[in-house]
Design a protein around this ligand. Sequence first.
Ligand SMILES: Cc1ncc(COP(=O)(O)O)c(C=O)c1O
Length: 377
Amino acid sequence: MRPLSTKLAAIAPSATIEITEKARKMQAAGTDVISLSIGEPDFPTPAHITEACIDALRRGETHYAPGKGIPELLKAIAEKIEQENKIPCTPDQVIVGCGAKDSIYEACEAVLSPGDETIILDPSWVSYEPCVQIAGGVPVHHPLHQDTFQVDDSLLEKVTKKTRMIIVNTPSNPSGAILNHESLQLVADICQDHDLIVLSDEIYEKLIYGKIHTSIGAFPGMEDRTITVNGFSKAYAMTGWRLGYAVASKEIIGNMNKVQQHTISHPTTFAMYGGVAALKGPQECIEEMRTEFERRRAFVLKSMDEMGLSYAPADGAFYAYVKVDGDDAEVANRWLEKGHVAVTHGSAFNHPGWVRLSYAASMDRLQEAMRRISAVL
Ligand SMILES: Cc1ncc(COP(=O)(O)O)c(C=O)c1O
């Protein structure tokens, strides 16, 4: 038989999913593995959101919906983006997708022509590179500053005639770092000087500890050049709902809609009513989860200090990103096999020498995990 897609042959499977699978297999075989390897809030979806979805099902909202999403949700997103992120936005500049991941992929398809380069700032979330590649683009990696995890002037060296897009992610998965105003200004200046688009992944925007979140789409001159991606998975513990969105110029949204029309059609109709309830309903649920993450974060970072491990600025998301000696994949494997704690090695984020621990686990499990890691060390 002739080989299957050469395009996909070049794409690595998701490292985070692979490690979690390995941990699951060990668990199935009877080993008490503590999984700190996946990025998923360990809280239930708030009840009022689930109820809104159930109501929608009972009302019979079980048929096709408008392609870019139900009007109520497009409006709720546009209002949120204007009020909170200070980005001018009308509902026709919004498209709802099956998770932020889907929106990121559609954005790559919408912007990139074959061979167009996209700059990815490392350490980077595992799916940016494959999304660019599947869309026919060429990923170009660029390291953030190794101590501050901020952007510096060296970014300009990566810009060529073929560069079309830069992806920024703040707060960052895996590092937890938040890009400061200067970093975002540098990116904005480069985008304007070189006619580039920025894809800004702000999915962890609500999970911040003592810092503030800034959206690059709100910078002067960036309205038409920014695709702001966000979603419901992390802020509202809705990972399984598969609901996310993008906000951009009508032209970009039009292109994303072409991809959507011919692939997913639209996200699940009744799930979108849950999305409306999330945005329009009480927001205390976010603060309750954030506060609990903050408590766990303090515990994990204190444990790292006690073990003499250094870590990236853990200002956002729910990850501690820790520097390790030697090969990070070997370290992660040792922690899993000897300590029965699953973490993700930094090479998965194009950043060897580090490992990522998710503190989206109960305090009891985190305490036990820290005890085990300390014993292995
Ligand atoms: C940085 C980042 N962007 C996007 C996503 C995708 O989120 P969603 O569940 O909305 O597809 C994730 C999920 O892990 C993430 O960490």
